[in-house]
Design a protein around this ligand. Sequence first.
Ligand SMILES: Nc1ncnc2c1ncn2[C@@H]1O[C@H](COP(=O)(O)OP(=O)(O)OP(=O)(O)O)[C@@H](O)[C@H]1O
Ligand SMILES: [Mg+2]
Length: 320
Amino acid sequence: MSRLQVVSGKGGTGKTTVAAALALALATEGKRTLLVEVEGRQGIAQLFETEALPYEERKIAVAPGGGEVYALAIDAERALLDYLQMFYKLGGAGRALKKLGAIDFATTIAPGVRDVLLTGKACEAVRRREKQGGYTYDYVVMDAPPTGRITRFLNVNDEVAGLARIGPIHNQAQAVMRVLKSPETAVHLVTLLEEMPVQETADGIAELQEAELPVGQVIVNMVRPHLLDEAAVGAADGDHRDDIAKALAATGVPGATELVSPLLEQAAEHAQRVELEREQRGVLEKLKVPTYELPYLGEGADIAGLYRLAKELRKLGVGA
Ligand SMILES: Nc1ncnc2c1ncn2[C@@H]1O[C@H](COP(=O)(O)OP(=O)(O)OP(=O)(O)O)[C@@H](O)[C@H]1O
Ligand SMILES: [Mg+2]
């Protein structure tokens, strides 16, 4: 299992929710995971119902069996200071730079530098070790930018490595790219069983592969159970009005026969959805990427829902 798990997908399909559930699932049985977000939207804090995350790794959840989930909202400015500190030992000087506004300059002017800082910080957490030698985090899960931007976001280090041909920035970008393009990383795409997100998933996978970034799984989120079996779906568009009326009359419930039309309408609607989902599953199958399905949580994706999704992921073999 790759130690850096990147979760992308079309906007609103459940990236943040799935990333959080994945971090919980991977922390099960005494593991430690870091859940990071990079878009400055405090989605993780909202999901876990805590106050805004500072630029500081803090424990936000305990996993089943005693593991721990830490969270971090990565901020490009602070990541730049970390970076300067690491390479130039600019502790105090870094603070002075910040006062002078040099940081803003650096992060707005240099193309792609912002993204390098964000991915660089995540990779640093992946590689970080404790004094005793073991990894600080068993897994790092990233709530990443959406499908339309993910390849550029991850690949930007290549651009920067190209710009700066020598020196520490070059080396850093190369080191980050080595992690991102290796089996140490897996980029997952969250989708729904609907035409648009499935199409985006197909395009996203092609782009990632083109850039030689490691595609992990497709995670189909919010999958609703089928209420009718195959035969019933097939029957829904036939003319069974008389049979159904008879069956309803036979129940002896007063007014039952008035239900014939609404029942038929509902069945037809459901059959249509089943058919649409069947088509989309077919499209996903052709992508030849392992696919997981996560259920729709009727009661909403709150903290209890996250634990339920984490359990589903464990059942599917995540972290096992
Ligand atoms: N399996 C699920 N069952 C029910 N509701 C879900 C499920 N997964 C996510 N949701 C809900 O769908 C909405 C979108 O989820 P989420 O915020 O995780 O998506 P996102 O892809 O991160 O969105 P954005 O693109 O805005 O960052 C939220 O209200 C969330 O609670
Ligand atoms: Mg989100």
